[in-house]
Design a protein around this ligand. Sequence first.
Ligand code: PFF
Length: 503
Amino acid sequence: MNQAKEQWASRAGFIFAAVGSAIGLGNIWRYPYVAYENGGGAFLIPYFFALLTAGIPILLLEYSLGHRFKGSAPLTYRRLSKKFEWLGWWQALLAFAISTYYMIILGWALSYTYFSFGTQWGKDTEKFFLNNYLGITDSFWNIGGIQWKVLIPVFLLWAFIYFVMRQQAHKGIERLTKILMPILIVMMIIITIRGVSLSGASAGLNVLLTPDFGALSDFKVWIAAYSQIFFSLSIGYATMLTYSSYLSKDTDLSNSGLIAALGNSGFEFMAALGVFGALGYLATQQGIGVDEVATGGVGLAFIVFPKIINQFPGLNDLFGVLFFGSLVFAGLTSIVSLLEPGVAAIRDKFNISRNAAVNTIVGGSAFVSILYATKGGLNYLDVIDHFLNNYGLLIGGFFMTVATAWFAKEANNMRAHINNVSDVHIGSWWIICVKYLTPALLLVMAGLNIIDEFKAPYGGFPYSGLISMGWGALFATLIGGFLLQAARWKEEDSISGKIKEGA
Ligand code: PFF
């Protein structure tokens, strides 16, 4: 059965799935530390700039491509322009690669939900996380064997996700998001209200909200903003394209896009208020500055937050469960969207059943995830995430706009398509973005980033690791894209028939 037969039960179902994809670890775990590392309050300016110049234009482009050409990413790009099938594969492979470690962080969060009962992490939360829980090894190439405390929760989650994904999207993904998203939003509202009402919260909020305009001249802050927008909005991974291919013919696109974009940023900002309020509280309790309690990277959620929960004036366990549980819920509705592009893609190309595709994609991702559940896993996760998220998305986004506007010369038709089905009409600003502004900005960002990459090894990791795993993962997904493009379509005739039909 072909994936084109998939359809959401309702427009609300699609919006739930799209917002569920966008709201994830990126909003609760990633945004606070990225904003913190990039100038706190000053980060808001590049963030909104990136949202307007790349986030919303590319989101609408993905929606319209999926909706108009009605196929998985490779099929959609092929229908757009035969030369670009690889781009669909590349994006689906990027999503697949990211799913392999995204699930690991969900596994940590599930473990920490359990550890919240009786605050089992004890006083030294850093030692607990790195040594007791992850069992981290002392050098990059020391893989150190499997860490069962990590692998077991991860495989429990894989089993659940496998069950969800085997059902058609409107039964599995749509129901999952309709149940989890409302609960998540209530949990996050409780956390935020508590976070900002703790004594000393204002010290943390000041760090988040006080603009430091000096940071704006640092191009790294701008790159961080673009990467955050891509990751957080789930654009450039073929997710939104795949989801919108399951929409019925006349569904409003621009409205749905704006709801997803604003809902995602609103949630992200709300979560950051709660997190920074709590950081201010911890700093005040310890009589030190917020900069001394906050750490960048993964540590913020798994080292500093347990510390904050230890210090809570009451209901410590409950707030632990709420915080880590919300990470799990937010992540589950996102991981399905990292897996669905691959499922849809191989169903289309190789004409296989949903079950067979899910066995391959979910099984494959679960298998690869074992690498990060080793004692050296955190290092591999860090390196691979850096390369895929900083380059894959920006470069993929660049090619999306170039393929549409310059090769296929379809920018005007895409805009007309959106306006045909939508109440809110989009103006010529969108054409300017898709044709000139967005690709130019993405190219500059990616270029500057590459130059910077060679100045110092990322994270102090050995070059052997950065090249084999970081660049290696990036090129493997790209080469995989070209190889899959070269493979034969199972139903060549009906595919070319559909190309005309789609256009
Ligand atoms: N948007 C998700 C988050 O913020 O955690 C991550 C993500 C999900 C990215 C799905 C891309 C994607 F396709």
